[in-house]
Design a binder for this molecule. Structure first.
Ligand code: ASP
Length: 333
């Protein structure tokens, strides 16, 4: 069988880092990364590109567009793509690529590591090998490969800051496992014959995590500086109704100015349901807010940026928001 052709897109992160004077800095190019796993030439033929080399904390939405553009421009020439990336914001990039490249029949695989590839103890080589195994398989869509798990791009979240088991699949099953280079597949994401590419995002999206006694002037300020605000509330969701400084008014004002407000939950698993408590129903019934249900905050963020890159019309935005893309929202009531 002919070897698959894979494009390795290096973007930086711990995997490509070396120790500098004040901590780890991404230094290695994608070619240099590849030299650490020479055995990969037995599985696939790899070309390398390096659009940028950053700690993923420094990534901005324009970098997502840049990676999507690299993939679009080379899509016809490769069977699959591996994006090596910092772990800190990899879940955001995975979600963003899921909206910017929809229905890809070829695998687009993000991976990274908790320890640099040059360290004696490292997860880099295994993750990179596994990512190539998935990129050379019949997997489809945007996925994240880490510590032997294949996670759908819209469902990934970094849930551990230090150990190798860094990512979890939130409110959705793991798609596959990679064991000794072999893919044990449970789910193949749905795809189209050819993907649909987008290249516009609007980064004016803000996030507020509620704390007891939150100052609602913060909502007014955040809405004043953005086109959409995500409010991570408590439990299944709702807005506090305490007398002094009710949150309701600033949210209502923002909505009247044409802003989008999405209610979600800060609880990691099982999602929101604003219809359960009065603190939720009074918001849902009286204000044209959106509800995130089982989506991750990373996916909500990237989806809003993608939607706002296309439209500011609330009805059109609602239609796009509630239409599942890569199984990102499945529990809408
Ligand atoms: N700070 C690093 C980054 O996200 C962490 C990592 O890659 O694990 O680029």
């Amino acid at each position: 069988m002919e070897k698959k052709h894979i494009l390795l897109i290096g973007t930086g992160g711990t995997i490509a880092s070396e120790m500098g004077d004040s901590g780890l800095v991404p230094e290695l190019t994608s070619e240099q990364l590849l030299r650490y796993i020479p055995d990969i030439s037995g599985i696939c033929a790899v070309d390398c590109v390096q659009p940028f080399s950053l700690d993923s904390s420094d990534l901005q939405p324009r970098h997502w567009v840049q990676v999507a553009r690299v993939i679009r421009e080379s899509y016809g020439r490769y069977d699959g793509f591996v994006v090596s990336h910092g772990t800190d914001t990899m879940a955001y990039t995975a979600a963003a690529l899921s909206y910017l490249i929809q229905g890809s029949p070829k695998p687009i695989v993000l991976t990274g590591a908790q320890k640099p590839i040059g360290f004696e103890t490292t997860d880099s080589k295994q993750n990179l090998r596994d990512a190539f195994a998935v990129a050379a398989s019949d997997m489809a869509g945007v996925v994240l490969v880490f510590n032997g798990k294949v996670i759908l791009g819209t469902r990934a979240r970094k849930t551990r800051s230090k150990s190798f088991e860094a990512f979890s699949s939130i409110n959705y099953p793991v798609l596959a496992l990679v064991q000794d280079g072999r893919l044990i597949r449970y789910i193949r994401p749905e795809c189209r014959e050819t993907p649909v590419f987008y290249d516009r995002v609007n980064p004016r999206v803000a996030l507020m995590k509620l704390i007891p006694g939150a100052d609602w002037e913060t909502v007014r300020w955040l809405l004043g500086r953005s086109d959409a605000l995500i409010i991570e509330s408590f439990g299944v969701g709702g807005l506090p109704t305490y007398e002094e400084g009710s949150c309701y008014e600033p949210v209502k004002e923002g909505l009247e100015q044409g802003k989008i407000v999405v209610m979600t939950t800060q609880v990691e698993n099982e999602g929101s349901d604003l219809s359960v408590y009065q603190v939720g129903t009074h918001v849902k019934q009286n204000l044209p807010i959106f509800e995130a249900y089982d989506m991750t905050t990373e996916a909500v963020t990237a989806k809003l940026m993608w939607i706002l890159g296309q439209t500011r019309d609330r009805e059109k935005a609602a239609e796009l928001f509630y239409t599942p893309v890569a199984c990102d929202i499945l529990a809408r009531k």
